[in-house]
Design a protein around this ligand. Structure first.
Ligand code: CAA
Ligand code: NAD
Length: 597
């Protein structure tokens, strides 16, 4: 494609210097381009200037550039309220509010201003680029260039090609973006393109969770950060994007696809109407130090120090049932934190296996200089294994991590109820079964709770603490405090399929499979889009292959059965891969083939 590049770009116009426009202007100026920034009035110009000065000021403070370089960069940018100043531009990038009417009027106006060979681009997140382009007399020179927020940071740019975009325009813009160090991915003109189609279902779902008081804003965000390694939680991300922009994106996507999951959660509209637009207005889901500041300050919803959970139970001896991956990780977590741990397995060989795994983990740490032989001895000294469940009679809390099968787990809870002393907390690590079904077979449902650890338990910080309708509040509080004691980040939620993390994660992965199945984009482009547009640690197909398609399908089916959301129905392609035995890395083949790697 690049060998067809014909244009030389040197002057770039940017219309709208808000969250995105200011960042886009900075990207071009950083790369030596002359930039003309157009705002609608003097106040807009002033805000645009502040955005630019703030961003370059931060780079200077962090010693990423010198003051002289920052001054030079800012010197390349002229700010104006006159669209006619764009007469000299080789490329114009429009980044005004997400409104079809406003954008069309701009593309109409540009007709009489720019040169006939100038390229026109829109940074729209979801609107039809085709429709925007037809407002101009030369729709063939119009493309979408969808930068990601913050534009100077995220490498992805989606280039949206309409059916009339001229091939040389596409090639030139691709080449230009590459020269800026960006990674352009070309896609067709469908509301939401690649990344937003996958991102906004997830974000909207998180808003509904918050609106329905399923979990607090802090817990929803912490769950995705610590459970999935996302750079920020969904509600903080919505504040960064801007709630007005997010509302418009969801509304456009809903109107095009009629997917209920894209119908903006009602509270979004309420925030927007109230002028709470996120970071840019100083308040959205969170409250910020000042408009445009990333610094969150306390507000009435912020948990106070007095709310810090306390240990309401005297916990000295921890019981663990199971000898698998999760159980051995959980034994390690408690023993490392100084607790005596008694775990049970179905045979001496399995019991010995847990000790061997912990020993091996320690040896690796010792080799890397992160632990000592002495620490290993201390920790192993606190761990005792047994093959008799009856030995758990004196534990203060027991955490079970046996097979994910309701019949097996309920039988275990009946037994634990008989064996464990009164007042002992009975916890399950189930990731998908109803905890109330386990509580109900005991005579102490108030003491039964979920502790959903993440794999590998010794490393992943998150624990979802799941209370049923019967769980005693003091039990919940003790378990939250206990998680804190052992160095975990605990989030609190209710007993329903997927808890926080899986309910937010798996429908997004499933949507990615549906997008692949619809041939809208390749697995590589989708993975790239999510990694380089949203800074996610893994693309959806990479993650599916690691998790296992069978596991993902089972979770997705649970979610579908519980919520009956048509949008949660498992993607047929996912079912087919599972039927074919393409389960992911563990099978040597999933969405990708690993057999020769
Ligand atoms: N402008 C310019 N640079 C910025 C910036 C901004 N607004 N915010 C952060 N940065 C820079 C910092 O200067 C810093 O640069 P250096 O490494 O060179 O020093 C770097 O980014 C990291 O910043 P911080 O250390 O302050 O903060 P962080 O490490 O917590 O990262 C983040 C902040 C970049 C926002 C990161 O949390 C992130 O990538 N989050 C995900 C954002 C995301 O998903 N974006 C996509 C939204 S969807 C979209 O854009 C499409 C749409 O249509 C709505
Ligand atoms: P914003 O509200 O932060 O900024 C919009 C700016 O456009 C404001 O400064 C406003 O004064 C200016 N403006 C409005 N009408 C104008 C006109 N007629 N002429 C000149 N300037 C005008 O919005 P934003 O978040 O920067 O979004 C801009 C575009 O970028 C939208 O299409 C949005 O969907 C898209 N986008 C947003 C994000 C994001 O995360 N916020 C990411 C990618 C793309």
């Amino acid at each position: 494609m690049t060998d067809t590049a014909t244009r030389e770009f040197s002057t770039v116009g940017v219309i709208g210097l808000g969250t995105m426009g200011a960042g886009i202007a900075e990207v071009f100026a950083r790369n030596g381009y002359t930039v003309i920034g157009v705002e609608q009035n003097d106040a807009g110009v002033q805000r645009g200037r502040e955005h630019l000065e703030h961003s370059t000021g931060r780079a200077v403070k962090r010693e990423k550039m010198t003051q002289a370089q920052a001054d030079e960069l800012l010197g390349r940018i002229t700010l104006t309220t006159q669209m006619s100043d764009l007469a000299v531009a080789d490329l114009v990038v429009e980044a005004v509010v997400e409104s079809l009417e406003v954008k069309k009027s701009i593309f109409r106006t540009l007709d009489d201003i720019v040169r006939p060979d100038a390229v026109l681009a829109t940074n729209t997140s979801s609107l039809s680029v085709t429709e925007i382009s037809t407002a101009n007399s030369k729709p063939g020179r119009v493309v979408g260039v969808h930068f990601f927020n913050p534009a100077p940071v995220q490498n992805l740019v989606e280039i949206i090609r309409t059916v009339v975009t001229e091939p040389d325009v596409l090639a030139d813009v691709q080449e230009l973006l590459r020269s800026l160090g960006k990674n352009p991915v070309v896609c067709g003109d469908k509301a939401g393109f690649i990344a937003n189609t996958l991102l906004f279902g997830y974000l909207n779902h998180a808003v509904s969770m918050y609106e329905g008081k399923y979990a607090s804003r802090e817990d929803i965000d912490a769950a995705m950060r610590f459970g999935c390694g996302y750079p920020m939680g969904p509600l903080a991300l919505l504040d960064l994007i801007g709630l007005d922009t997010a509302y418009e994106i969801l509304d456009t996507m809903y109107k095009q696809g009629r997917d209920r999951l894209h119908a903006p959660a009602p509270i979004l509209k309420q925030y927007v109407t109230a002028g709470l637009l996120g970071r840019k207005s100083g308040r959205g889901f969170y409250t910020y130090e000042a408009p445009d500041s990333p610094v969150v300050v306390a507000d009435p919803q912020t948990p106070s120090a007095d709310d810090k959970p306390q240990l309401r139970h005297d916990i000295k001896l921890v019981g663990v049932v199971g000898t698998g991956t999760m159980a051995s990780g959980i034994v390690e977590v408690f023993a490392k934190a100084g607790y005596d741990v008694l775990f049970t397995g179905r045979g001496q060989d399995k019991v010995d296996g847990v000790v061997a795994t912990i020993t091996k983990n320690f040896d690796k740490q010792i080799q890397r200089g992160r632990a000592t032989e002495e620490q290993k001895g201390e920790v192993l000294g606190r761990v005792r294994g047994t093959t008799s469940l009856d030995d758990l009679k004196d534990v203060d809390i027991v955490v079970e991590a046996i097979a994910e099968d309701l019949a097996i787990k309920t039988t275990l809870f009946e037994n634990l109820d008989e064996i464990c002393k009164p007042g002992a907390i009975l916890a399950t690590t189930t990731s998908s079964l109803p905890i109330i079904s386990m509580a109900k077979v005991t005579k102490r449902p108030q003491d039964v709770i979920g502790m959903h650890f993440f794999n590998p338990a010794a490393i992943m910080k998150l624990v979802e603490v799941v209370s049923t309708v019967a769980t005693d509040e003091a039990v919940t509080e003790s378990v939250l405090a206990l998680c804190d004691e052992v160095g975990k980040v605990a989030v609190k939620c209710g007993d329903r399929a997927g808890f926080i993390v899986n309910a937010l994660l798996f429908p997004y992965l499933n949507d990615a499979v549906k997008m692949l199945e619809a041939h809208y984009a390749t697995a590589d482009d989708i993975d790239t889009a999510m990694k380089q547009g949203c800074a996610l640690p893994m693309g959806p197909f990479e993650l599916l292959d690691v998790v296992g398609n069978d596991v993902s399908l089972a979770i997705q089916k649970e979610l579908y059965l519980e919520f009956r959301e048509p949008g949660f129905s498992p993607a047929p392609l996912l079912e087919h891969l599972v039927t074919a035995g393409y389960l992911g890395r563990k099978a040597g083949r999933g969405f990708r083939d690993y057999s020769s790697r």
